[in-house]
Design a protein around this ligand. Sequence first.
Ligand SMILES: [Zn+2]
Ligand SMILES: [Zn+2]
Length: 239
Amino acid sequence: MKFTFLGTGGAFDVVYGNSAAIVEFKGHSILLDCGFTVYPTLRQHQLTRNLEYILLTHLHNDHTGSLANILLHCHYFNTHCRPSILYPDDDFRDEIYEFLRLQIQKPEKYADFIPLSELPGITAVDTFGQHAERLQSYAYIFEENGERIVFSGDLGQPESLFAFLRGMPPKATTVFHDITFSEGNPAHTHYKKLIPLAQDYHILGYHCDPTQNPEDNPLPLVYHRPELLLSSRLEEAVG
Ligand SMILES: [Zn+2]
Ligand SMILES: [Zn+2]
């Protein structure tokens, strides 16, 4: 299992790209979120051909802004490329469908909709209302070969996600968690809330501007881990 982040920024940190990742999972490739900077990134690195599955945490623009473009691109320019959109439950499938219908009229022309349960090993944690009021959102837990990796999605209130994790059979767990350095931001998790949790979990922060990282933050950021970033992976491949 391997996570390669296409971006690690927050909604307005375009320099760092919208937070999204390509997850290599059980021989499949899953695009996890696809905000408005993701389509140009995929094009730049010629990655549109490899899109097999798309999984979304929620429908904010910095997580979905490239979705319609990606589907149209695959349909018109890539033969044998028809991404499948994984959905955790029927209500969220309907929301994604409606979101796409307003843009591309017939979403089923460009993508298949497949229940997440068809790809065993990924658990969706419903985080409705815990990022933004009345907004459906999910965290996802990936498990393969004894490894457990969690992707929080956007989450202002992390308590129920960690309660869920505590209820799972104990296992070394890496948590990619959205992080804010601003105490007044209720939409994302303040780093000080995550510090005590780092005793039990390997937590890495994302969805932030790394230049704002305070000196008293002991949590590592995905941005500072080259092995997790697309840009350095490619340089490695070339060099
Ligand atoms: Zn976001
Ligand atoms: Zn959001």
